[in-house]
Design a protein around this ligand. Structure first.
Ligand code: C2O
Ligand code: CU
Length: 401
């Protein structure tokens, strides 16, 4: 087990999202996304946040089971003032694809680029020919190509979606893959609001993992919905030399009309290379936390959340007491629900996965189960449409020993 020390300076940066085209961004160490942090299960991450912005900021470690005091929200720390720094330190107990992002003035700071990927590897994971992180995002510009102003009332309600579609901070880039190879793609939705129904030009791929690492067994698919905050791990390939196709998002109605099919990247298949990829039939054992018929211990109403404003407090939960929450969405738009610090299982879902963010579709409900392990303190849940979060679509609660 190692200690991984990293320094993350939040600063303004000229974000060149396409050749010759830039916006005033904010990046960790000046890049969008910020640097990839890699660790092995059990390692300790020591991250110093240096704030060189002109406004306060923090870092939230999305999906990592950190101690409450390291969660990066303003309920557990004071935001880091300009010129000041803060040391985060925690160990990483789970393998998976995670991300870190600001948790202050998110609608602006995340849109301008304050986020980055974090990958934790575990023993005995499948071996693929390559392992890449694709952080999908969008950027909203005005007619003159400048950053569109932030969060008016309309945007708070509808969310912020822009026409510039990005992969790892670049507009519709070209990606190369060698023919004959099978790659592991860790896809993160880092957008403020945009839902992504990801397709590879209709080609089949397998889903290997979710927010909290591998799922039980690979699932064959030709599309997968990734809502803001969620991650999906895919096995992609093999393709034939000369194939060209698009990484795109298919139309999806989140209650705000259907956008058209949208390109995020173009994939070009280059000359063949040998493959030593092996994806086993069983990836991991995930034991169900509970059966399907169990009664909820709590109901969380998206409508009440949406209208509740910032100060909402939900009841405490006790360490070791199984939580079964019914997430009810009475509203006419989808809301990706994010629980800080803990993984849950979606009860109706098969195969089982460890999740920290789940879409609750309009006029629908989703039942989740989770077990508060021994990390007492102040936690929160919120809608990961950042404008909704900013509007107060969130609640605090306490885990008590
Ligand atoms: Cu990724 Cu409180 O969020
Ligand atoms: Cu929402």
């Amino acid at each position: 087990m190692q200690t991984r020390a990293v320094e993350l300076e939040a600063r303004e940066t000229d974000w060149e999202y396409a050749p010759g085209r830039a916006v005033p961004g904010m990046g960790f160490n000046g890049s969008v996304p910020g640097p990839l942090i890699e660790a092995a299960v059990g390692d300790t991450i020591r991250a110093r946040l240096l704030n060189s912005l002109t406004q306060p900021t923090t870092i939230h470690w999305h999906g990592l089971r950190v101690p409450a005091s390291m969660d990066g929200t303003e309920s557990v720390q004071t935001a880091v003032e300009p010129g000041a720094s803060f040391d985060y330190e925690f160990s990483v107990p789970d393998a998976g694809t995670f991300w870190y992002h600001t948790h202050v003035n998110e609608t602006e700071q995340l849109e301008r680029g304050l986020y980055g990927p974090l990958v934790v590897r575990g023993p005995g994971e499948p071996t693929l020919d390559a392992d890449r992180v694709l952080m999908l995002d969008d950027l909203k510009l005005d007619a003159d190509g400048r950053l569109s102003p932030f969060a008016d009332d309309h945007e708070l309600h509808e969310g912020r979606e822009g026409d510039i579609r990005l992969v790892n901070g670049l507009q519709e880039p070209e990606l190369q893959i060698a023919a004959g190879q099978l790659e592991r793609w860790r896809v993160v939705n880092a957008a403020n609001t945009r839902f992504m129904r990801v397709s590879l030009g209709g080609r089949p791929f397998s889903i290997l993992g979710s927010d909290g690492g591998l799922i039980g067994a690979p699932v064959e698919a030709t599309e997968v919905l990734i809502t803001p905050g969620e991650r999906v791990e895919l096995a992609v390939g093999p393709f034939k030399e000369g194939e060209v196709f698009e990484l795109e998002s298919l139309p999806y109605d989140r209650g705000r009309g259907e956008p058209s099919r949208e390109r995020f990247a173009t994939i070009r298949v280059g000359p063949a290379e040998a493959s030593s990829a092996h994806v086993p039939e069983v990836l991991r054992e995930i034991a169900p936390l509970t059966g399907n018929g169990i009664e909820p211990t709590r109901t969380v109403s998206m409508k009440a959340l949406m209208h509740g404003g910032h100060g909402q407090r939900d009841d405490d939960v006790r360490v070791g007491e199984l939580q079964v929450w019914e997430l009810v969405n009475e509203t006419s738009q989808d809301h990706p629900f994010h629980l800080h610090g803990f993984f849950f299982q979606v009860l109706s879902e098969s195969p089982l996965a460890w999740k920290d963010t789940v879409n609750v579709p309009q006029k629908a409900q989703v039942r989740i189960a989770w077990l508060p392990d021994d990390r007492p303190g102040d936690w929160m849940y919120h809608c990961h449409i950042l404008e909704h979060h900013a509007m107060g679509m969130m609640a605090h609660f306490r885990v008590v020993a």
